[in-house]
Every structure is written in C-alpha cells, then in structure tokens.
Design a protein around this ligand. Structure first.
Ligand SMILES: Nc1ncnc2c1ncn2[C@@H]1O[C@H](COP(=O)(O)OP(=O)(O)O)[C@@H](O)[C@H]1O
Ligand SMILES: [Mg+2]
Length: 266
C-alpha cells in the first residue's frame, strides 16, 4: 500500500487533559493542546521530557482516562466506541514487564489470549510461536523469575504480539534494560513490528532511542503539545555522523520549547 494513501488509524484533534487535585483543588495540565494523525500501519516515535504527558496520552488511547476536551478517534470512532467493538485490539507494553513470577514463559505469553477467551490449544500455539520469534526457544517452560530482565521483556512483547493487536503502544519499554541488551531487543523488535504491519507508537525520553527506532518522530513539549516533527531517512541507521545531526536538532527543539524544568537558583 502506498503510505500516503493509507487511511488515518488514530486522529488526535486538539485534545487536552487536566487533573484536579482533590486535596487542594490544584489543577494539573498533562496534555495542553495536542493534534496529529497516525496512519494505518505507521510506525511513530514520540519523544518528550519526563512528565510531558506521554503516558497520560497512552492512557487516553487505551480508554483508561478520558480527554478533558478535543477529540481522540481510532478508526474514525471515539476511543470508547472503538474499544467496545474491538476489545483487545490495542495494547501497551510498559517498562516494567508485569509477568506473573509463578507462571512459565509460555503461560505468561498466553495471558492476553486467556483474557480474550481464545481456545486453550490455540493460546499455547500462539504463545510459543511468538516466544520463538523473540529468540526464547528452549525457555518456554522457564518460570518468569528464572529469566533475565531482557528475556522477561521479550516474554512481555511475545504476550502483546500473540494477541494480534491492531495498535501497539510501547511506553519506555526498553528503559529498564542495560544499553547492550536494550539495543539488541530494539533491533529484533523493529524487524517484527515491520513484518506485522501493525500501527505502532512508541514513547521514550531517549533521543538516541527515538532516532534508532523512528522514521517519523514527534517531539512533545510539557504539558503535551507538539513542538516539532522530524523524519529520519533510512540511511541514518548506517551513518553515525548523520544520526548525531538529527540528535542535536531534536535536542535543540527540546531545549528551546520542551517545557519548564525545575533547577537550582544560579
Ligand atoms: N491521575 C493523575 N492525577 C493527577 N496528575 C496526574 C495523574 N496522572 C498523571 N498526572 C500528571 O500528569 C503529568 C504527565 O505525566 P505522565 O504522562 O506520566 O508523563 P510522562 O511524559 O513522563 O509519561 C505529570 O505532571 C503527572 O504528575
Ligand atoms: Mg511515562
């Protein structure tokens, strides 16, 4: 399919999200005025400082929080309506892997399918298929608490892919791993995500990670609003000097417009 002709999967139109603190009535704005569109099958990375409202935005997409104003559409429908019809079609992977330690890798990987009431035999087959794709052949029967951090996150990703989501949200998913482990997992993950043709949104506070993973990067200021958009051409992966230029460009946008940072008085 021609990328430009792909229909909009997610439409974010002037959304805002505020919280009112119960105790003091203090208003906290997590999303200020956010507008952008994600096409079906697109692969998008969002970068922004800690506290920029990235996780709150994902909560809104997952129907866990409601936007205060504006409209948030998936397949042209308000999130709630989409979820009613398409339960389980959108899923998020967090930094913490959320595995059940008393379950094996396979039993953890099929957890999402249990919730979706897929027949038991198919649950197992799909879970094992995805564990193997993620390089965990031979570890199917290991308990979660016997696995390393990187392997645990692989099980977590297998669990998400096994449910065949239409939209996959990654929330700082590689943030808890050492750099070598994270890089290997990122590379494996990109390959799988491309093969699967899912609509894929990833948030990170790491500019390096955004450049490595992204072809389209949205830069969020705090509270969440769009302060920049950068496209990363494929040759950047092979060209550290070019990558550095993109890094500096994104960094300068974040420094200039990224939001207020608390600091010591000079
Ligand atoms: N349930 C809540 N009640 C009040 N404030 C919240 C709530 N959830 C998040 N926030 C605030 O929203 C802002 C954005 O948070 P978050 O989306 O977690 O940032 P990040 O970009 O680091 O993921 C923060 O100031 C946070 O304190
Ligand atoms: Mg977050």
């Amino acid at each position: 399919m021609n990328g430009n002709a792909a229909p909009a999967k997610i439409v974010v139109q002037n959304i805002a999200k505020t919280f009112t603190q119960k105790k003091h009535g203090l208003k906290i704005t997590a999303i200020k005025d956010l507008t952008f569109t994600v096409k079906e099958g697109e692969y998008l990375v969002i970068v922004g400082k800690t506290g920029a409202g990235k996780s709150v935005f994902f909560d809104c997409l997952l129907g866990l929080k409601e936007v205060s104003s504006g409209s948030l559409l998936i397949d042209g429908q308000p999130v709630k309506q989409f979820l009613k019809r398409s339960y389980g079609r959108i899923t998020r992977i967090y930094q913490e892997d959320r595995l059940l330690p008393w379950r094996t890798a396979t039993e953890n990987a099929k957890l999402g399918l249990e919730i979706l009431r897929v027949p038991e035999q198919e649950q197992r087959a799909r879970a094992e298929h995805w564990l193997r794709k993620l390089g965990l052949r031979g570890f199917e029967h290991s308990y979660a608490n016997e696995l390393s951090g990187g392997m645990r996150q692989r099980v977590n990703i297998a669990r998400a892919f096994a449910t065949s989501p239409e939209i996959l949200l990654m929330d700082e998913a590689f943030g808890g791993l050492d750099e070598v482990t994270a890089q290997r997992l990122r590379r494996d993950f990109i390959k799988l995500a491309h093969e699967e043709q899912i609509t894929f949104l990833m948030v990170t506070h790491s500019i390096e990670e955004a450049i490595e993973l992204g072809n389209r990067i949205l830069i969020f200021g705090a509270p969440a609003h769009l302060i920049g958009e950068v496209r990363i051409p494929p040759e950047v992966a092979q060209n550290p000097k070019l990558a550095r230029q993109y890094h500096d460009e994104i960094l300068s946008i974040l420094e200039a417009k990224g939001g207020i940072e608390v600091g010591m008085e000079e």
